[in-house]
Structure formats: structure tokens, C-alpha cells
Design a protein around this ligand. Structure first.
Ligand code: SF4
Length: 442
């Protein structure tokens, strides 16, 4: 992306954290509050089914390495998930202590254990007995890394192809530093490499012919390529809009990157919109999230919305972007929006919106970011795989279609729209088991 480099207004914020680490005494206190429930609801609510009471018990007895191994056995990216999981909606939301007091801080305890392991440089697992089977994993985001880690532990020879310069996918490029610094994602990549997995960066799966060739060269191929960038908004001046994910990525990977614009408008209402707005705030700009519906229809988690308002991010609801306004030199000066009003809910239960007939508003800004979802696959970009509404069509992670040794997982198959890091990690783990069964001829 093109950017205006200037002095960063609030440099200290680059290293700030939303969930800071716990001290050993705080972790002990918190671990000893846990009731170690049988059939623990927190564990059921975790998509990767980490044995939460078990790892908390180990923290309580001072066995931090053992606690981290319990976590990573179920979720190889436990360090990332400790930071980015919407715990209020998952494990902590299900904790029985919600009924009487506050839930156990499961996410922060998980971070405490996995940070300990990382600081000691301990490699938690060993590669399995060699099977002489070769598996290619395309994409090094959470699904790809998780699949590779499990396949290597099952004894398969695994290579990862990553088209970008650094491995780690969204953990490296798309999660804001306040939540996850890049070093955490890179450490997880190193843990996967330590299992003997070869990671080739700047290496891309090109097209359907290329995939056919690779399916012949390898015993199995796993595709965990996620989705594309943000689609362009077809409004006058839309070409001036910057992809919100690229903006976050630039901030994470380029220490020189700083904002000249002081007022940023962010289009969208999901977690990425809030993350892009948060990054703009971190860089000292005023940030306004613009959404054509009401707060009730936002897809961002409640905790994210609350965090955003506390972080000084402003919101303009019932405002539909209609034009990026520029001055006679082509510099962005505002975002013109049509005022909307709610109408009766549609079949999906979401309140509909339509223009209210009021005068348009102009939100003054020097930069417009977009975070209105990601581009899905089509016949040209889908590597020749069967598609379902723009996602790879799979059954038990095996792609439907003629290439019987090609599997897929993560956001690229997440047709239900509830994509998240932890779901991608679980996909990678389950897909690895399916691939193993396939390679064993079962
Ligand atoms: Fe501990 Fe809460 Fe899980 Fe029970 S539900 S095991 S108290 S974290």
C-alpha cells in the first residue's frame, strides 16, 4: 500500500497490550479459584477442546511446562489463541463461576503457561516415526500450521508453502499488535519447524494445473489459503479506499510506518473494522467506524465493541458510504454517507435498512479504510476445486472433486461465516487426522 510516512505520534502505544501478562502470584491465585469441574463446560465451549481444568490444575501446582503441553496438545497455536480468542463468548463465557462471581481468566492463564514454555525454549513435542509419506500444506496461517504440526507428529514429511515473505498468515499480518505482537506468531512458526517441517516462503500455488501437478508429486495436499483481500467498494472515489487488512499488516511489519492523516474513516462493522480503527488510533489518528446498520447488527464481538469505545473510537451508525470526497488535488477530505433508517427484519432476522430521505452527511477524514469482508473464490481463482458459495466444497475436509488426495480447511471452507483463528486451528487438527487416515489407506 502507499503510505505517508511521518513521525509516529504515540510511539509507546506500539508496544501496548490489551491483555497484559499475569504475575506468577496472580496466576497462582487465579488457578486456585478454579473448581476443576467434571465435564467442564469451559472445555466443551472451546472449539479445540483444550483440557482446561487439567492445565489450570498444573499451573496451580507450579508445573507451567506441563500446563503448556496440555494446551498445545489440543491447540498447537495456544499462544496465539490465548491472545485473540473471544473468550467471553467461548470458555470464559461458559465458566460455572459466572453464576456466582467472575469467571476464571482462562485466556490469561493460557498465555501465562504458553509464554513460560516459549521463554524456556522448550520444544513440547517430537516428530513421529517416519511414514515415508509426503504432505504439502499450502498456506501458513492457523489452519496450515496446525495441520502441519499434527501431520509431523504423525510421522509424515511435511512442507509448507507460503506466498508471503513471512509465515503465520493472519496471526503475523492481520491481528493487531495490541492483541498479538508478531514475535508470538513467529515463535509458533519456529515450533512447527522444530518438528522437521520445511517452510518455503514467497512460494505460491498458482492455479488448477499447478495443483494437479502437486497432487501427483505429494501423497496429499492440504489447502489452508484463507480468503483474499477486501473487495473494492463500487462508489465514486472508491479507488482511494485502502484495504483495512493491508493497513494493519503494514503497521505490524514495518516499524517505519506512520500516519500523516489525522482523521480516518473505517467502513465495516466486524472485528477487522474495529482492529483497523484501533490501529489508526494507536497511530494517533481520530478514528470513526461507519456502518449502514445499527449496533445490534454488528458482527464484531460485544467485547470488541466495548473495547473500541473505551479506546476512543467513534461510530457512525445508519450511514451508508456513497462517495469518497476529494479536493481539487485528489486528496481525500471526507466520506459522504446516505442516512439510513431501519425497516422490518428480513428472513435472516436482521433489521433491514433503507435510505431515510434525510440529507447526506459528510464525515471529515483524510483516509478511508475498508473492512467489509474478504474476497471469496471463483472459477478463476479456486485452483479448479469445487466451490460452494465461493468457499472450497469439502466433506470431512476432503475436497469434493476428482483430486482425492486434496484436503482443505480454515476460512477457505468456512461457509457458515463464523471464521476465527481457533476454528481454523481445529480444522487443521481434524484435517490432519483425516489425511493420516487417508494415507494409512483407511
Ligand atoms: Fe474451572 Fe470455570 Fe472451567 Fe469449572 S468451568 S473447570 S471453574 S474454568
Amino acid at each position: 500500500m502507499t503510505s505517508n510516512v511521518a513521525h509516529l505520534p504515540f510511539p509507546a502505544l506500539r508496544d501496548a497490550q490489551i491483555h497484559p501478562p499475569m504475575s506468577e502470584s496472580d496466576a497462582q491465585f487465579e488457578a486456585n479459584r478454579c473448581l476443576y469441574c467434571a465435564d467442564a463446560p469451559c472445555m466443551q465451549a472451546c472449539p479445540t477442546h483444550i483440557d482446561i481444568p487439567e492445565f489450570i490444575k498444573k499451573i496451580g501446582s507450579g508445573n507451567l511446562t506441563g500446563a503448556a503441553k496440555t494446551i498445545l496438545k489440543s491447540n498447537f497455536l495456544g499462544g496465539t489463541c490465548a491472545r485473540v480468542c473471544p473468550v467471553e463468548e467461548l470458555c470464559e463465557g461458559a465458566c460455572v463461576l459466572n453464576k456466582t462471581e467472575r469467571p476464571i481468566s482462562i485466556g490469561r492463564l493460557q498465555r501465562h503457561a504458553t509464554d513460560h514454555l516459549a521463554s524456556k525454549g522448550v520444544q513440547p513435542f517430537e516428530p513421529g516415526e517416519p511414514t515415508q509419506k509426503k504432505v504439502l500444506v499450502v498456506g501458513s496461517g492457523p489452519a496450515g500450521l496446525s495441520a502441519a504440526a499434527h501431520l509431523a507428529q504423525l510421522g509424515h514429511e511435511v512442507e509448507i508453502w507460503e506466498r508471503k515473505e513471512l509465515a503465520g498468515g493472519l496471526s503475523t499480518y492481520g491481528i493487531i499488535t495490541l492483541r498479538e505482537p508478531i514475535e508470538v506468531a513467529q515463535h509458533e512458526v519456529e515450533m512447527v519447524k522444530a518438528l522437521g517441517v520445511k517452510v518455503h516462503t514467497n512460494t505460491e500455488l498458482r492455479d488448477s494445473n499447478h495443483l494437479r501437478e502437486l497432487a501427483e508429486q505429494y501423497d496429499a495436499v492440504f489447502i489452508g489459503t484463507g480468503l483474499g483481500g477486501v473487495p473494492q467498494l463500487e462508489i465514486p472515489g472508491g479507488e482511494k479506499i485502502v484495504d483495512g487488512l493491508e493497513f494493519i499488516s503494514e503497521f505490524k511489519t514495518n516499524p517505519e510506518f506512520a500516519l500523516e492523516p489525522q482523521r480516518v474513516a473505517i467502513i465495516g462493522a466486524g472485528n477487522t473494522a474495529i482492529d483497523a480503527a484501533t490501529t489508526a488510533r494507536q497511530m494517533g489518528a481520530q478514528a470513526t467506524v461507519v456502518y449502514r446498520r445499527t449496533p445490534a447488527e454488528m458482527t464484531a464481538f460485544d467485547a470488541e465493541y466495548e473495547f473500541a469505545t473505551n479506546f476512543g473510537i467513534e461510530f457512525q451508525f445508519l450511514a451508508n458510504p456513497a462517495e469518497v470526497v476529494t479536493d481539487d488535488k485528489g486528496n481525500v477530505t471526507g466520506l459522504r454517507c446516505t442516512r439510513m433508517k431501519t425497516v422490518e427484519a428480513g428472513a435472516d432476522g436482521r433489521a433491514g435498512v433503507q435510505p431515510s430521505g434525510e440529507e447526506d452527511i459528510i464525515i471529515p477524514c483524510d483516509l478511508v479504510l475498508s473492512a467489509i469482508g474478504q474476497v471469496k473464490y471463483d472459477d478463476e481463482t479456486g485452483f479448479g476445486l469445487n466451490l460452494e458459495r465461493g468457499y472450497f466444497a469439502t466433506s470431512d475436509f476432503a475436497s469434493s472433486g476428482p483430486l482425492s488426495n486434496v484436503f482443505a480447511g480454515g476460512d477457505a471452507i468456512r461457509t457458515r461465516g463464523d471464521a476465527s483463528t481457533v476454528m481454523a486451528v481445529q480444522d487443521g487438527k481434524l484435517a490432519a487426522e483425516q489425511i493420516h487416515q487417508y494415507l494409512e489407506g483407511k
